[in-house]
Design a protein around this ligand. Structure first.
Ligand code: AMP
Length: 201
């Protein structure tokens, strides 16, 4: 069974099953991403398998293809805002926002955003955490796509959706590069549309 720990306010997952087996249909893009994403064992703490996406960013063509593929399911969804979760969500949220012709909204840890913010507190396995968004970045009538690099337990993405939902905007769906299927994070996302390029069973 996977267990979780926290480090620097983020939750990471210790799991003997997190070995990187792809369960989705094979495609050249999926295969190339699989080969490029780096598993870093014991980071940031012993026992953690960290999915390091930074090698993808070094390969211009692969990075572009990944961002386009993450945007693709939502191309006709009328997205007006892409909400990107600190910090690796920013890396994929920005090109996806450009691809969809939508505004980009960073969601950050408390105290990082300069102007007035709205805040959501959410439970971790041990303790709580919080996210903030500029109060005027998303408004009622906006159609929002939430982006992050990894969907694990879904706690972070669900908190982001709560923050967006509090504005009266519609959370149309989520787009992740990686879904750690065995953590069942999509179950916490309340039946909304969840898309991920890579699945690890
Ligand atoms: P969760 O709230 O459990 O879905 O965790 C998601 C957040 O934690 C995302 O922002 C991820 O970047 C990060 N995260 C969780 N597990 C991992 C992992 N194994 N490798 C890399 N990032 C992770």
């Amino acid at each position: 069974m996977p267990v979780s720990t926290t480090s620097h306010g983020f939750k990471f997952h210790l799991s003997s099953t997190c070995r990187g087996h792809l369960t989705s249909a094979k495609s050249p893009l999926i295969d190339e991403l699989k080969r490029t994403i780096r598993d870093v064992n014991n980071f940031p703490k012993p026992g953690i398998v960290f999915k390091d996406v930074t090698p993808v960013l070094l390969d211009v063509k692969l990075f572009r293809r990944a961002a386009v593929a993450m945007a693709e399911p939502y191309r006709d969804a009328g997205i007006t805002r892409v909400v990107a979760i600190e910090s690796r969500g920013f890396l994929f949220g920005a090109p996806i926002a450009l691809e969809l012709g939508a505004g980009l909204v960073p969601i950050r840890k408390p105290g990082k955003l300069p102007a007035a913010t709205q805040r959501v507190d959410y439970a971790l396995e041990y303790g709580t955490d919080a996210l903030e968004m500029h109060h005027d970045a998303v408004q009622a009538g906006d159609r929002v796509l939430v982006v992050d690099d990894v969907l694990a337990t879904g706690g972070t993405a669900n908190a982001a959706a709560q923050l967006v939902g509090g504005t009266g905007a519609a959370v149309v769906g989520f787009s992740f590069l990686i879904e750690l299927d065995f953590l069942k994070g999509r179950q916490r996302l309340q039946g909304r549309r969840v898309e991920a390029l890579l699945h690890y069973a």
